[in-house]
Design a protein around this ligand. Structure first.
Ligand code: KIV
Length: 272
């Protein structure tokens, strides 16, 4: 076997081992250059199927095809050298059977060289999670609000607001843990319930609009950068990138119109 001297990339077992330790930092990422920047600060990057809404302007994540996930997964893998890269399985690519899930997840792993996949669903996906992990594919589970079920749920709303709803969500988290998931996203799960689940299961919980006591947090990168036109109420914006882009483009337009535009010295060399 050849020896690799490059920096070691974070693995799914590394993330699994972080249960109860230093909070896990993660973001979504869809393209190479921002992945390279985020790579210096995060433990894992998720190529989320949210890219359908964020990058491609779909109304939901449902239209996203597997090939698009693979294309963005490859871009993020080219940009990030240290973080674990997790690629989301899009709607329709895994729910039918464990065999369908393995066939498509294996394509994702082979064609992107990512270290894990994520799929939505608790108890109903347990058999599939076991099937994939037993065959070498690490799985991040995703319970609570599962956006691929939008047509059943009716709207993107917090889950577990009524105590009567808690038992089913707790069971989902417990069952995906027993099935072998290395971590689980808790999306829009009521704060006390997310905190309770984090104590109950022995894999890391990754919160998004859930609880500060989760083992880690994830946000959609464009949302926290201030680039998305509409963001969920829980999102804290750490930048105003949308405004910066608008300002820069307006300045560019002014330069073009006033002919204050730099020419080339014919070498087309790159700025150092
Ligand atoms: O698709 C996505 O970006 C996600 C995160 C919001 C967890 O699933």
């Amino acid at each position: 076997m050849s020896q690799h001297t490059a920096q070691k990339r974070t693995t799914a077992p590394d993330i699994r081992a972080r249960k109860g330790g230093m909070p896990i930092v993660s973001l979504t990422s869809y393209h190479a250059h921002t992945a390279a920047i985020a790579d210096r600060h995060v433990d894992f990057l998720l190529v989320g199927d949210s890219l359908g809404m964020v990058m491609h302007g779909f109304e939901s994540t449902l239209p996203v095809p597997l090939d698009l996930m693979i294309m963005h997964g490859r871009a993020v893998m080219r940009g990030a050298k240290k973080a674990l890269v997790v690629v989301d399985m899009p709607f329709g690519s895994y729910e039918e059977s464990p065999a369908q899930a393995f066939r498509n997840a294996a394509r994702v792993v082979k064609e992107t060289e990512c270290g894990a996949i994520k799929l939505e669903g608790g108890k109903r996906m347990a058999e599939t999670i076991r099937f994939l992990t037993e065959r070498g594919i690490p799985v991040m589970a995703h319970v609570g609000l599962t956006p691929q079920s939008i047509n059943i749920l009716g709207s993107f709303k917090a889950q577990g607001r009524k105590v009567e709803e808690w038992a089913a969500i707790e069971e989902d988290a417990r069952v995906v843990t027993e099935a072998g998931a290395f971590s689980v996203v808790l999306e829009a799960v009521a704060e006390p319930l997310a905190a309770k689940i984090t104590k109950q299961i022995d894999i890391p919980t990754i919160g998004i609009g859930a609880s500060a006591s989760c083992d880690g947090q994830i946000l959609v990168m464009e949302d926290m950068l201030g680039l998305s036109p509409r963001v969920p109420r829980f999102v804290k914006e750490f930048g105003k990138v949308g405004e910066a882009i608008e300002r820069a483009i307006a300045m560019y337009a002014e330069d073009v119109k006033s002919r204050a535009f730099p020419g080339s010295d014919n070498t087309y060399s790159v700025k150092e």
